[in-house]
Ligand binder design. Structure first.
Ligand SMILES: Cc1cc2nc3c(=O)[nH]c(=O)nc-3n(C[C@H](O)[C@H](O)[C@H](O)COP(=O)(O)O)c2cc1C
Length: 380
């Protein structure tokens, strides 16, 4: 396949381009991948209520978030190691996001550092993890403020890492790794050789210039902090004056606690089914969380979004803004920044069709009334 018509096509292209261990890291979820499948399937199973003859000649996708008007209520969520999917991958993705006027959140565990991405002239949001070294956490908050990040996304669902069987099976040093790399010569030349240095840019002060790729999960286990609590969120709040978004909320009580801790937004997320396998899909969790927030904060959501139709479904379930995860990363792996730009155009076009045929001409028109109640009763 040479041309991608959909995010699903980009997944197939990414599989063909990336070394096996890297594709497994990107594509996989934790344990039996129950939650990963639920995210995708629950969202796709939501029936939309088709309406006709409503003059949908002018559709406005734009949406405001944190004082800025974006081209659509869609952003690139934080995806670790994206700098390895394409040459200096996060810089390419940030350029594509900026050109499309959508936000991008740079992961703590990115290949390119926040300073490298910011130096390209496209300032991302910054996604923060709590590592045990709080001096480092504080220095990253300062860096994010210094380079002018528009929001800090604090991810709170990785106090301990979930086990990912596919990573474990694909891992291995020496001959096994060499064989996987040799099977992907285009990637090896473009990223492995011309894309150097291969490191975790933001973490260089604590891990050095060599990425701990051979045992990334073990590194996370050793360095992420299971003692984190809402007190730490308050500590971050005291250090960071711009919009603070708590990512990894699935429960209405946690949503209320996030509000009490001074957050400016939340992301309803189960980490793309990469953490606690067996949780609800985000599509199922979202309506109750949105009810608990009841318009007091922006509610962002992610998990299983593979098309513009899925974006519209998330908005109808109560999200104000939707983050892509694997969807943009597959496109980056397959075609670099131009793949990300194309994937965003696909999402735009698919949203327009979904909105036209549910009689919505603006994002504000999208609500649960565009869902087919009787068809969705079985699952929601
Ligand atoms: C390969 C990969 C790496 C990820 N790395 C991070 C990360 O560094 N920080 C974070 O907050 N979320 C991370 N996530 C979770 C995403 O931000 C998002 O919640 C999830 O991918 C949404 O599910 P979806 O990919 O099925 O759409 C990662 C997800 C994937 C697939």
């Amino acid at each position: 396949m040479r041309r991608a018509a959909s995010v699903g096509d980009y997944r197939a292209l990414a599989r063909a381009r990336l070394p096996h261990f890297l594709f497994e890291y990107l594509d996989g979820g934790s344990y039996d991948e129950v939650t990963l499948r639920r995210n995708v399937e629950d969202l796709q199973s939501i029936a939309l209520r088709q309406r006709v003859l409503r003059d949908v000649s002018n559709i406005d996708l734009s949406a405001e978030l944190f004082g800025k008007r974006w081209a659509m209520p869609v952003g690139l969520g934080p995806v670790g190691l994206a700098g390895l999917y394409a040459r200096r991958g996060e810089v390419q993705a940030a350029k594509a996001a900026a050109a499309a006027n959508v936000p991008m959140a740079l992961s703590t565990v990115s290949g390119c550092s926040l300073r490298e991405v910011a130096a390209s002239g496209h300032i991302p949001w910054y996604q923060l993890y709590f590592v045990k070294d709080r001096g480092f956490v504080e220095s990253m908050i300062e860096t994010a403020a210094e380079v002018g990040c528009g929001a800090l996304v604090l991810t709170v669902d990785l106090a301990v890492p979930g086990s990912r069987y596919r990573d474990y099976r694909a891992a291995g040093g020496g001959l096994k790794r060499m064989t996987q790399l040799a099977a992907r010569p285009a990637w090896l030349w473009d990223v492995g050789i011309r894309g150097r240095p291969i490191s975790l840019g933001n973490l260089e002060p604590i891990v050095g210039s060599r990425a701990p790729l051979s045992d990334f999960q073990a590194w996370i286990h050793a360095n992420f902090d299971p003692s984190v609590s809402w007190k730490d969120v308050e500590w971050v709040r005291s250090k960071w004056k711009r919009p603070l978004v708590i990512k990894g909320i699935l429960d209405p009580e946690d949503a209320r606690a996030a509000m009490d801790s001074g957050a400016d937004g939340i992301v309803v997320s189960n980490h793309g089914g990469r953490q606690l396998d067996g949780t609800s899909s985000t599509a199922r969790a979202l309506p109750n969380v949105a009810d608990a927030i009841s318009g007091r904060l922006p509610v962002l959501a992610d998990g299983g979004v593979r098309s513009g139709l899925d974006v519209v479904r998330m908005l109808a379930l109560g999200a104000d803004f939707v983050l892509l995860g694997r969807a943009w990363a597959y496109a980056l792996a397959a075609r670099g920044g131009s793949g990300v730009a194309h994937a965003l155009r696909l999402i735009d076009a698919e949203m327009r069709v979904a909105m036209a045929l549910t009689a919505c001409t603006s994002i504000a028109d999208i609500n649960e009334a565009i869902l087919e109640r009787s068809a969705n009763q079985a699952t929601f």
